[in-house]
Design a protein around this ligand. Structure first.
Ligand code: DGJ
Length: 730
């Protein structure tokens, strides 16, 4: 497809992504950072992928796209072409991007190029069915500093009758033809999120998805595809993508009969149905995609950079996460003013910056059987409201955060007694309760207004800096009985749009309030919710050893800058594993640090250790949260040891965390070779809390730390060490 000499592309200025269209060949070309993406209009008028990979030269041109041809007379021609966005029609057997039913029974949809408009950082290409006035606008934008592409589709019905959309993806990503690809993806469940999986891409299809109404724990809407068998984390081609959607979603990865590899993602087609009346439109989520030649580690660094600088609400310079205290593991539902004040005093004494009161403060909430929906302060627990506690917390120099679970209701609540019709349900069918609660149907405008209203009041009436927004069940019986029968399945889209609308509106009305996305741990983490929330709760599993793999898996898709990690009590409730306070701190310091232990049981020594660790963390948190992450020794696969390194953007600071699971046969800890430093710089080594390294010079060059490495002294079980390298000179 490449020509030595082709269209004369004018070079884009530095730091700007460029989008160009060559009218002669009808080729679109986008370039930014290390990436070039090209597609064209082929001789069948389909939009066809031409290239996605490393940045090409300006002198490199493309010949006009030419539709592929199959090898068997059985195959309809549509299957032989790598289409950017295919309609289901004319015998397409692969995953379509769009499938519709027309009112007259026709279900054939063939999308051809009509027009386009080039914008500053992107292009909008319009496709249309060959005979009916169904239009699709494909939106492309490319981030100048990472080359990450954002793709979405707007489907418009300009016919005179309703059209039922049965399947709608944001985009299809086509890879160069090959049979040597490997797929990485994340799976999990409650208290065991973010398991990294790897498999060969073979003929057939793998579907990553959630049918649960929200993002879910089971899979994360992220993929990475590597070429070849290279296990080297830092070299080799990687294509990756992340879907920005917090409802039911699907990403299918397929290799077809012609060995074309394609990733298609968007709304989950299962039980999907969105009726578009004449003149209406449906906008899909954005599917982001990136490319790196620096292996899976390089791919995740690129994605982290993109999330930090383009996705998070405070992008491009998000405020580092404050060190927080959370009451959940200490008190459960048994919160009250005196108990919280006592915890707050202790938390402040070790350097905590944000005090968060978790579940239990509202309605008749004694346990998880009652109270959700009744967002008034429980007078038995807080006779004078929240103000005395909040004032106390402020007086101690911390800001105040509060737990809410706005989308849920317990049947035992005033709200449910008043509005039983507000929950997702199929009339006359059982209501499946999970954690004794039902899901409010946020797709209803009255429910949306109620949720926005009580949250707005809560924030107006109290000086709250932070909401922990929880969501503790999956959907069952996803009915929206108040809507017309043909519109009831819109619940999958409208619910999430209203959720985003509430978050957007709250942020606009209360710009200083930060929000955490929590869903029974990490059940709602995706780039859609990250656009509107400042951090996420990674997992309810706070066992510091389990956390090493949980956090490692998380980091493939999401930045440590949003990954909250608490130091809790030992033995930990999950595994009954006993670990030292130092180990627990070092494990939690790999993300946004929190403390969730029962401080009432701590010894003076514990307070002294915690104070020192929190002070050390504050010196490195900008690097840990927003720097570049290098996985030096992986904790995956039952590994005996693991180590990570974070390097600040200016390379002046690096932080190393090393963990030993279990000493075996007296072998020393493997030499840790650092990465990403300035080779010529001189770096001074500083241990965190007495960590030891064998024969380590105090100051050495970046080259030395990267080539000779660091011999960490660790013996025993569940041992950990942390080191900081500061650049002494340049
Ligand atoms: C689930 C969360 O993940 C926990 O941290 C805690 O907030 C509980 N919900 C409270 O019910």
């Amino acid at each position: 497809m490449l020509l030595a000499v082709g269209a004369a592309w004018a070079a884009p200025p530095d730091g700007v992504s460029s989008v160009r269209f060559d009218a002669g060949s009808r080729v679109f070309r986008m370039d930014a950072a290390g990436v070039t993406y090209a597609f064209g209009v082929n001789d069948r008028q389909e939009l066809q992928t031409l290239y996605w990979g490393g940045r090409l030269q300006e002198s490199d041109g493309f010949v006009a796209a030419k539709a592929g041809h199959g090898v068997a007379s059985f195959e309809a021609p549509a299957n032989a072409t790598q289409q950017e966005f295919s309609g289901w029609g004319e015998g397409l057997y692969s995953e379509p991007a769009l499938k519709v039913s027309f009112a007259d029974g026709n279900r054939d949809l063939v999308l051809h190029y009509v027009s386009h408009e080039v914008e500053r950082d992107g292009v909008v290409v319009t496709l249309k069915d060959i005979s009916r006035d169904v239009f699709v606008e494909l939106h492309y934008s490319m981030d100048a500093s990472t080359g990450v592409l954002g793709r979405s589709a707007v489907i418009l019905n300009r016919t005179k009758a309703p059209v039922m959309i049965e399947q709608a993806a944001a985009a299809s990503w086509n890879l160069p033809v090959g049979s040597d690809y490997r797929l990485r993806y994340l799976s999990g469940r409650w208290a065991a999120e973010w398991t990294l999986n790897e498999q060969k891409i073979a003929p057939g299809k793998t579907v990553l998805e959630s049918r649960r109404g929200s993002t879910g724990h089971q899979n994360s809407p992220w993929f990475a595809i590597e070429r070849g068998d290279a296990k080297d984390e830092d070299t080799g081609e990687v294509w990756f993508g992340a879907l920005a959607w917090s409802g039911s979603w699907s990403i299918s990865v397929e290799q077809d009969q012609l060995r074309q590899v394609r990733v298609t993602g968007g709304f989950n087609p299962f039980d999907f149905g969105y009726r578009l009346a004449p003149g209406e439109r449906l906008t899909t989520p954005v599917f982001y995609g990136g490319y790196s030649q620096d292996g899976i580690d390089g791919a995740s660094r690129l994605l982290h950079r993109f999330e930090v600088t383009r996705i998070l609400p405070q992008a491009p310079h998000p405020r580092p996460r404050p060190v927080l205290y959370n009451s959940w593991e200490a008190t459960g539902f048994a919160v009250n003013e005196a108990g919280q004040v006592a915890l707050a005093e202790k938390a402040a004494s070790i350097g905590v910056e944000r005090f968060v009161m978790d579940d239990g403060w509202f309605g008749q909430r004694k346990n998880d059987h009652a109270g959700l929906g009744d967002w008034y302060v429980n007078k038995q627990k807080f006779p004078n409201g929240l103000k005395p506690l909040i004032d106390k917390v402020h007086g101690l120099g911390m800001d105040f955060g509060l737990w809410v679970e706005p989308e849920m209701v317990n049947p035992d609540s005033d709200l449910y007694r008043k509005h039983p019709e507000w929950v997702l349900n199929f009339p006359g069918r059982p209501h499946t309760e999970l954690r004794n609660q039902l899901v409010l149907n946020l797709a209803r405008s009255d429910v949306r207004d109620y949720v926005l209203g009580f949250l707005d009041d809560l924030l107006k009436q109290n000086d709250i800096a932070f909401l922990k927004w929880d969501y503790n069940r999956n959907w069952a019986e996803p009915g929206w009985d108040a809507a017309a029968t043909e519109d009831q399945k819109k619940v999958y889209v409208t619910y999430v749009e209203n959720l985003y609308g509430i978050l957007r509106e709250l942020r606009a009305r209360h710009p200083k309030v930060e929000i955490e996305s929590c869903s029974g741990g990490g059940g709602r983490v995706d780039l859609g919710i990250m656009l509107l929330t400042d951090e996420v709760w990674t997992s309810d599993n706070t066992d510091p050893f389990d956390r090493l793999t949980i956090q490692d898996g998380f980091s493939y898709a999401y930045t440590p800058g949003v990954m909250m990690a608490w130091v809790t009590d030992s033995p930990n409730w999950v595994n009954q594993r006993t670990t030292s306070l130092e180990y627990r701190f070092l494990s939690s310091m790999q993300g946004g640090l929190g403390v969730g232990a029962n401080l009432g049981t701590w010894s003076p020594e514990d307070f002294a250790v915690a104070k020192e660790m929190i002070a050390a963390y504050k010196e490195v948190r900008e690097t840990v949260q927003h720097g570049d992450l290098y996985r030096l020794i992986s904790p995956e696969g039952g590994s005996e040891a693991s180590a990570t390194e974070s390097v600040s953007v200016d390379k002046r600071q690096a932080v190393v965390f090393a963990f030993l699971h279990s000493s075996q046969k007296g072998y020393p800890f493997p030499t840790v070779k650092l990465r990403g430093l300035d080779a010529a710089g001189q770096y001074r080594l500083r241990p965190i809390h007495g960590a030891k390294a064998e024969a380590a010079p105090e100051v050495a060059s970046g080259a030395s730390w990267m080539s000779r490495g660091l011999d960490v002294v660790l013996r025993g079980d569940f041992q950990a060490a942390g080191f900081v390298l500061e650049e002494a000179s340049r």
